[in-house]
Design a protein around this ligand. Structure first.
Ligand code: PLP
Length: 376
């Protein structure tokens, strides 16, 4: 198998797995219990919180553990809605993950207005458009750090400055960015940031929400006193430890991994060019290394996915077909890609375990699939 869908999820890092094992098998104590067996788990969580905070330039007490990116995003949107004025609004972008878009849709049903920022053809939110849309009625602006479908990195610092100048909080969904590009929450000036471990070689079902000190945090889940009383539920100790090990490892080698991804990406495109494949590359020049969204004219992305699957290659699409229609993703639509290209969109997302040989095979297999289609 060649796994090239790392934006969907990544392989668990072996050191992260080894670090998790004792907390599943031997040190299984409840971190909230006062006896030493519980305290051991509590101490390990505290160390993990410190490690994770250092990786993103935060203070340990600004890190709140959650069940993943979806929960962190929902929490952030709800923090924003709690501070919303009665005639207030929230601003997000048209290309957010459904964790944000559907959380916003729920808020809209309660009467809170949500405004959606358009994007350029390269899937980038322009700060000047936020400047025109925002007002003193805006309580929260939420714009992702990097788009999951096409990889475009957003001008988060500029957007956060505009939000603050208008008295609004700023949240960023950094699920695709943390562990892949350098992140410093203080330099970016964000108030909240979501991350998810399984996108950076950590375990699934664990993530975090960074909430800047001083922000009035309302509980997301009611229950016990865990996470300083604002996120109840017995701590997922082993996964928290695994997340910290995976993130620290990726962050220490971030330049190395970025260079590797950039080289593999160049090789893939060069190989496709040499094989005379016609494609359109989506997204911005400034993107998450290894996230390659390609559109093939008058082709079907889902057909490409299944043909590659038959040869053992895993990739993703930007559209999904049912028996009647092809549904083009909201991101591809927002970018305004013409229909004849939009339907033929696929995402190849390379990870740190991919090799040059694998990339060559991916390019050759794509070429074969396209050629066979033309011959029909
Ligand atoms: N936000 C973005 C940008 C994502 O790519 C994803 C996952 O694909 C999520 C949020 C949801 O994260 P999780 O799978 O941890 O719930």
């Amino acid at each position: 198998m060649i796994y090239a869908d790392n934006a969907a999820t990544t392989k668990l890092d072996i050191d992260a797995f080894e670090a998790m094992k004792p907390f599943l098998l031997e040190n299984y104590g409840n971190a909230s219990q006062p006896y030493s067996f519980g305290v051991k788990a509590k101490r390990a969580i505290s160390e993990a919180r410190k490690t994770i905070a250092e990786c993103i330039g935060a203070e340990p007490e600004e890190i709140y553990f959650t069940s993943g990116g979806t929960e962190s995003d929902n929490w952030a949107i709800k923090v924003g809605s709690k501070v919303a004025k009665s005639d207030g609004n929230i601003i997000t972008s048209q290309i957010e993950h459904h964790a944000i878009l559907n959380a916003c849709a729920t808020l809209e049903k309660t009467g809170i207005e949500v405004k959606y920022l358009p994007v350029t053809h390269e899937a980038v939110v322009l700060p000047e458009i936020l400047g025109q849309m925002i007002s003193e009625r805006t309580s929260l602006v939420s714009v992702m750090m990097a788009n999951n479908e096409v990889g475009s990195i957003q001008p988060v610092k500029e957007l956060a400055d505009i939000a603050h100048n208008n008295g609004a909080l700023f949240h960023t969904d950094a699920v695709q960015a943390v562990g892949h590009i350098e992140i410093d929450v203080k330099a970016l000036g964000v108030d909240m940031l979501s991350a998810s471990a399984h996108k950076f070689n950590g375990p699934k079902g664990i993530g975090l929400l960074y909430i800047k000190k001083g922000i009035n945090v309302k509980p997301f889940m009611d229950g016990g006193a865990q996470e300083r009383g604002v996120r109840a539920g017995t701590e997922n100790v082993a996964s928290i430890i695994g997340m910290a090990v995976a993130l620290e490892k990726n962050c220490k080698k971030i330049v190395h991994f970025k260079n590797k991804m950039n080289d593999l990406e160049k090789l893939l495109l060069l190989k496709l060019d040499n094989l005379n494949v016609k494609y359109f590359r989506n997204g911005a020049l400034n993107h998450i290394p290894g996230n390659i969204s390609l559109s093939f004219e008058n082709f079907d992305g889902e057909v490409m996915l299944h043909r590659l699957d038959l040869t053992g290659i895993c990739i993703s699409t930007g559209s999904a077909c049912d028996s009647v229609n092809t549904r083009i993703s909201h991101v591809i639509k927002a970018m305004g890609l013409p229909d004849e290209y939009a339907k033929g969109t696929v995402r190849i997302s390379l990870g740190r375990d991919n090799t040059q040989k694998e990339v060559r095979i991916i390019a050759e297999t794509i070429t074969d699939v396209l050629k066979k289609q033309i011959m029909r």
